[in-house]
Structures are given as C-alpha cells and as structure tokens.
Ligand binder design. Structure first.
Ligand code: SAM
Length: 191
C-alpha cells in the first residue's frame, strides 16, 4: 500500500512524484540551464519563490543565483516533492537558503513578499487559476515579476493565451514572452 505521504493529493492532473524523475534528471541542465532561463530576473540577495517546485531543478538554481544573502521559498502540494528537493539541495550545498513550504491546492498560505516568482510547468495543474494568480500577485513585492512557463507538448497556444487572459483579469500584465525550450512562456507583473 502506498502511504498517504507518498500519494499525490486528490486533485486532478497533478504530476505524481514518480513521474517527475522522467524530466527532472541530470539531462535537464542541457535544455533548462537555470542561470540562462532565470539569470535576467534574479540578483544576489533577493527573496524568490518557486511555486510548484517539484524536485527542485529550479529551486536549486535559484538558490545559487540569490547567493548566501538571498532566500528561496520552494512551494509544492506534495511533501514527497519537497523531500526530494531538499535532499538534492543539501547535496548542492544550498539547502540553508531554501525554505520548503507545503501548500494546499487552492491556497498557497504564504504572507511573504517575493521579488521574483517562478511557476514552471505547473499552472496547467491548477484548478482555480484566477484565485491562484490573485494569490501570486499578493505575494509579489513592488516591481516584482512572475515567469510562467508551460510545457508545449501538454498545453496548446490557445490554452496558454487563455491562461494569460486569466492572469490579466487577476491584475497581472504580460510584459514579455521569453523563448524557453519546450515551453510557452510569459513574464507578468502587477498593474
Ligand atoms: C510538472 S511538475 C513541475 C515541477 C517543477 N516546477 C519543474 O519544472 O521541474 C508540477 C508541480 O507542481 C505542483 N503543483 C500542482 N498544483 C499546485 C498548486 N496548486 N500549488 C502548488 N504546487 C502545485 C505539483 O505537485 C508538481 O510538483
């Protein structure tokens, strides 16, 4: 029997922890190098958030970019994802800068403000996108930015545009569409 801690929560379409090994593995550095994908948005000393962090490919990269004086809040629904992320972060010697936070599907439950928020390959798994973006906006520091990246092989351009419309109606404006391999991506900020 699979223990409750290991099973994904009752929520449709959430990536089960075991599936994350298929894309979050050493080869990923070749097509999603964190410093190239995120270097333009993150400076040393920042507080940043990786929402839907999974096994931490980007949380660890973000911890390197914020340096010793910075902080990464790594948020996920699944404890198993946070456990693997932290184990990998310890191996990379950046665990002290990463603060794991287990959230609920429709409630991030964080009051902290972040200079930058990453939502990578996870928005399509969120049921209440409008509520989700409103929460991210409330967690965004003044002049902060959110990078949304969705998997091209899973999300159509039309669906992605619909997601951006929801973000827009939650008070976020699209300020750019960076090219990221295998992704449909947009940077948004508060209006
Ligand atoms: C496909 S994985 C991507 C993980 C990671 N961002 C990456 O790029 O490797 C999606 C992750 O989002 C998490 N997730 C889904 N819905 C969520 C929500 N509403 N709040 C927080 N995390 C969520 C899942 O548990 C899973 O770990």
């Amino acid at each position: 029997m699979v223990s409750q801690a290991l099973s994904p929560p009752a929520h449709h379409d959430v990536c089960p922890w075991w599936k994350a090994y298929t894309f979050d593995n050493p080869i990923r550095k070749l097509f999603h190098p964190p410093h190239k994908v995120l270097g333009a948005y993150i400076n040393q000393g920042m507080t940043v958030m990786d929402v839907g962090c999974g096994m931490g490919h980007f949380s660890i990269g973000m911890a390197k970019l914020v340096g010793e004086s910075g902080k990464v809040i790594a948020v996920d629904l699944q404890q198993k994802m946070l456990d693997v992320m932290l184990k990998r972060a310890k191996r990379a010697r950046v665990a002290q800068r990463i603060f794991p936070h287990r959230c609920e599907a429709d409630n991030i439950e964080l009051r902290e403000q972040a200079d930058f928020i990453l939502a990578f390959w996870m928005v399509h798994e969120v049921n209440d996108k409008s509520g989700f973006f409103a929460q991210l906006k409330s967690n965004l520091a003044s002049k902060g930015k959110i990078l949304i990246a969705e998997p091209k092989f899973h999300v159509t351009s039309k669906d992605f545009e619909r997601t951006l419309e929801v973000a827009q109606s939650s008070g976020l404006s699209c300020i750019g569409k960076p090219a990221i391999r295998f992704c449909l991506a947009a940077v948004v900020e508060a209006r």
